[in-house]
Design a protein around this ligand. Structure first.
Ligand code: SF4
Length: 415
């Protein structure tokens, strides 16, 4: 450490000043930099990017249209193989009913997410998205992920470009960063051997960005990947974002819908229950927080950084706000995929706002494109509706909870 301290200081200073760091330098920071210095450099970047000191959140609902999936990822506790007795699909009517509940509670975004159903091609998604758009034009469809795009294109025999063009015309406004897991080949094959490669995940995002659809990028850490593979995951995403920027991506281009890019990076930790990996997560809170800080320093070309209180807990989520994070994500009125693998953290909107304010930040509700919808400058601006809470999980309910309403009475929440 003594030998590398001056080197680390120089890299931290350069990154804090807005300079680019290499993957090797990122790995050195991740493994060797003193925690407080790392966090201070990352927070310096946040303060320069967002001098208003605002930390955002969004109200949305993750609605799963089916848990039937042919891909059988080893870490997934959500899916059921075709013909499995616990498999279910939700019709359009049920999905619209859930959208209506979300809108009533102030949601501005819906994440429609499902397994790779053997029968669902582009036509299925066109019908689903157009129904949601036509009935709830104020609800932004930030949905599916590259692996679902690849699956629907395969089922329908279309190109990636045609699939995206058609579902965009049907109402898809933004692509979720889901399914990135670990992008490098070795760890990806170990946990999801039937899933499309990381290169294909990045290819779909590249095409979507070119077609004017922006997205998020995620990372699931803790399934046995090395530190170098974690940094390689970041590099792969930054390289694709460099292409988007070269093509004209900017916040303005995103708002105009001309050129897309990654709006944010969202790392989260693997949840170890009810799946075929059957191991405890190997990502500690400290490893997670260090990764968050390194991501803020490494991604000089991605505007936002979101932390995952759902998988790491609200305390870790709050600490992350001092390590470069400017967005606490969603209250998630409904979530089933990560919950089924053991994520049990719950919150209320009022509590999420307290967490942000408790970190000495100003809370603000945002939309999908990170525009501020309501800034809570003082407590007088805070919502008082305790019904806006996370999260209804319908996975354990037979049939996926068809017809079940969101529980609207305030429930005890854990940490
Ligand atoms: S993570 Fe997605 S693709 Fe993989 S098994 Fe689960 S539902 Fe299927």
């Amino acid at each position: 450490m003594g030998v590398t301290a001056p080197v680390i200081s120089e890299i931290l200073q350069r990154a804090a000043d807005g300079g680019r760091i290499t993957p090797d330098e990122a790995l050195l920071l991740y493994t060797e930099a003193p925690f407080h210095a790392l966090g201070e450099a990352a927070d310096t970047v946040r303060r320069r990017r967002y001098p208003d000191n605002i930390v955002t959140y969004i109200i949305d609902r993750n609605i799963n249209y089916t848990n039937v999936c042919v891909t059988a990822c080893k870490f997934c506790a959500f899916y059921r193989a075709p013909k499995h007795a616990e498999g279910w699909t939700h019709g359009t009517e049920e999905i619209l009913r859930r959208c209506a509940e979300a809108v009533d509670l102030g949601a501005t975004q819906v994440m429609l997410q499902g397994g790779h159903h053997p029968d669902y091609g582009v036509e299925y998604y066109e019908e689903l998205f157009s129904a949601v758009r036509d009935n709830y034009p104020g609800l932004v469809i930030h949905s599916i992920g590259p692996s679902e795009v690849l699956h629907m294109a395969k089922v329908s025999g279309t190109s990636i470009e045609e699939a995206i063009t058609r579902i965009k015309a049907a109402g898809l406004a933004s692509i979720a960063g889901a399914g990135a897991e670990m992008l490098p080949d070795r760890p990806r094959k170990a946990i999801a051997p039937l899933k499309e490669s990381g290169a294909r995940w990045l290819e779909v995002m590249t095409v979507a960005h070119r077609l004017g659809i922006s997205s998020t990028a995620t990372m699931m850490m803790g399934t046995g990947e090395t530190n170098a593979e974690r940094i390689e995951h970041l590099r792969l995403i930054r390289d694709v974002q460099d292409k988007a920027v070269a093509n004209g991506y900017s916040v303005e281009a995103d708002l105009a819908g001309t050129v897309g890019g990654f709006r944010s990076f969202i790392p989260w930790t693997y949840q170890p229950e009810n799946n075929h990996l059957k191991g405890r997560t190997q990502a500690t809170s400290l490893e997670y927080l260090r990764l968050v800080a390194v991501a803020r320093l490494f991604f000089d070309n991605i505007p936002h950084l979101q932390s995952s209180w759902l998988t790491t807990g609200k305390d870790v989520g709050q600490v992350s706000l001092h390590l470069g994070v400017d967005d606490l994500g969603s209250i998630m009125l409904e979530e089933n995929v990560i919950s089924s693998a053991g994520a049990r953290h719950r919150s209320r909107l009022t509590e999420l706002i307290e967490i942000i304010r408790g970190a000495d930040r100003i809370p603000a509700q945002r939309d999908t494109q990170y525009r501020h919808l309501k800034v809570h400058w003082t407590e007088a601006d805070d919502p008082t509706d305790d019904r806006v809470q996370s999260h209804f999980s319908s996975i354990a309910i037979p049939g996926g909870g068809t017809g079940r309403s969101l529980p609207l009475t305030p429930a005890p929440v854990n940490s």
